[in-house]
Structures are given as C-alpha cells and as structure tokens.
Design a protein around this ligand. Structure first.
Ligand code: SF4
Ligand code: SF4
Length: 307
C-alpha cells in the first residue's frame, strides 16, 4: 500500500492520505486474505514522525499491518530515464495498491495517482532527480517512467478533502467530495483533470497522452468542481505558453516567518539557498519549488519575476 505521506502533517491539513481511506482499503484487503504492508519514503521528514502525525501508525497498529519506510534501493531503468533507485520493498511486493491524495502541485500543477509513485524512489534520491530532469516535461516523463515500473494494480484517490492553490503541502484545504478508483492511474488522472478542465495544463497528463500510455477508458459517475491552480501557473500560460515563459514565479524567503530550520537549504537540489543570509541565488535556481514544498512555516513565497 503506497499512501501519500509527504510530510508530518495532521490528517485535517489534507496534505496526506487520510487514515480512514487507508483503514477502509486495508480492511477490505485483509478480509480477502491479503497480507498487506504499508510503505512510503517521505521526502522531507523522519518516517517515524510522519507515520505518527498522519495517524497511519495508529491504523496499522490496530489492524496489525506492518509499516515500513521505502528504503533499500535497487537501480532500475525506465523507458526514458536510466538508473532510477526504487525501493526493493516495492519491486519485490506481489502487487502495489496506490492511495494518492487529490492536490495541486506548484511544479507539476496537480499531484494525483501517477505522481504518488515518485515516493517509491528512496530518500534524498528524489531531490537529485530535480537536477537530472530540470525541465517540467522531462520531470513528468520521469514520473511516468517510475509509475510504469511500479505499476500499481489499483489506485484509490482520496479527494474527499484535498488541496488547491500552492500545494502539495502549503496550499488551501478544499472539500472536493470525491473518491476515484481505477485499475489504471493514467486513466484516473486523465479523467479527473478533464472534469476540472485542466488536462491541457497538467504535465503528467499531457505527457502520458503524448507517449500513448493513457488507455481508452470509461467513466462511471461524474464529478464537478472548481479548483484554484498554483500561482506558478500563470494566467498567460492558460492561454499562451509562448508568452507565459516571460512571467515566471521564483521562490522568495519571508524573513519574518522563517525560523532558519535549514530544511529548504538542505533539500534544494541546486544548492541555491543560503539560510545564514536568507538569500536565494536566482542564477542557480531551477524553479523546482522543493523549498516551498518542504518549508514547515510556509515561509517560502512564490513571487513573479520578469526574466
Ligand atoms: S524551510 Fe522555511 S523556515 Fe526553514 S529555513 Fe527554509 S524558509 Fe526558513
Ligand atoms: S531555490 Fe527552491 S525552487 Fe530554486 S532550485 Fe532551490 S529548491 Fe528549487
């Protein structure tokens, strides 16, 4: 079981898969005689703390389901990218069940089923891929490669409460009121983004279509909602990509909010942050927004700069 355990956030913050969703799917599998285990490789916090705060530990203890960090990497090759370090525990599991959260994402626009399997890449290796696949389409293709390697048999999207705005950790909670289920996350993501009218903006959806990995699918039920996209998706981008590249958002440190925990400095793949001076070197910054994602104080603001 691969929930979204991105950080040590309480279920009420809607940044992680809700423990009730996890419990429900686990109970179903246990009832069918399956021997599941739950794992993730949180990008920004200690695994023990993450499973405690997200209340995933509580569910696993109660149901006597093993809980494990996704470590112990094996190097595998994707269709486009080579030498991707994925946890042996994922590769050796009989089947993978994917439990993503419905959220916006400052870099990829949305994080749904396909992006969730990026958590099967071990530890800090995740940050280093931002340097190896700097371009957003390249990064989306990396996510597609990883998802195809992990190849979950089922995806259950937790969208009862999700996140809009500058997700995946510092956006605003929103009640979308949906649980979406599919055997194929490419189809699921495509359907959700099409319902929202943003399929042309979401990098994983666009590139999955381009690579023809999204199957023909049929939708049972319907979904209707508005969503506020990340501020990194400019109004111009929605209409003209050519024009939009002149108006991009860069991270900026809000010095009053910053507590100098140095998490952003440690995780910045481009070594562009100097927290002792609370400065960002924009010559080095690749606009991956990892700093914004990891900041526990929401002290990284995304500000427009004309380049
Ligand atoms: S992660 Fe946030 S609070 Fe911590 S040093 Fe960076 S900006 Fe400051
Ligand atoms: S400063 Fe932030 S957005 Fe820029 S490269 Fe570092 S982590 Fe990415």
């Amino acid at each position: 079981m691969k929930p979204n355990l991105i950080a040590a956030r309480k279920p009420e913050e809607a940044a992680t898969t809700h423990p009730t969703i996890l419990r429900t799917v686990l109970e179903y599998l246990l009832d069918k005689g399956v021997q599941p285990f739950v794992g993730d490789s949180p990008a920004f916090s200690n695994f023990k703390r993450v499973v405690k705060v997200t209340r995933v530990e509580e569910v696993c203890e109660e149901l006597k389901v093993p809980l494990t960090p996704l470590d112990d990497p094996i190097e595998v090759n994707g269709e486009i990218f080579r030498k991707i370090k994925i946890s042996r525990k994922v590769l050796e599991a009989d089947k993978v069940v994917n439990l993503p959260k419905f959220k916006t994402h400052s870099q990829m626009v949305m994080t749904l089923g396909v992006k969730n399997t990026f958590g099967c890449v071990t530890g800090l290796e995740k940050s280093s891929w931002h340097m190896r696949a700097k371009n957003y389409d390249d990064f989306a293709n990396l996510l597609i490669d990883i998802h195809r390697i992990v190849s979950p048999i089922l995806t259950v999207l937790d969208g009862i409460e999700g996140m809009e705005g500058n997700g995946p950790t510092n956006g605003r909670k929103k009640n979308f009121g949906i649980i979406a289920v599919s055997r194929n996350a490419f189809a699921l993501d495509d359907a959700i983004c099409s319902f929202l009218g943003i399929d042309h903006l979401v990098y994983t959806v666009k590139n999955a279509r381009r690579r023809m990995v999204t199957p023909e699918y049929e939708v049972f039920g319907s979904f209707s909602s508005t969503i506020q996209l990340p501020s990194t998706v400019s109004t111009f981008e929605r209409f003209s990509r050519a024009f939009s590249r002149f108006f991009v958002k860069y991270p900026s440190i809000d010095k009053r909010r910053c507590i100098k925990c140095r998490l952003c400095e440690e995780r910045c793949p481009a070594s562009a942050i100097d927290i002792s001076k609370q400065e960002i070197d924009y010559q080095k910054c690749i606009r991956c927004y990892v700093c914004h994602e990891v900041c526990p104080q929401n002290a990284i603001k995304l500000v427009r700069k004309l380049i």
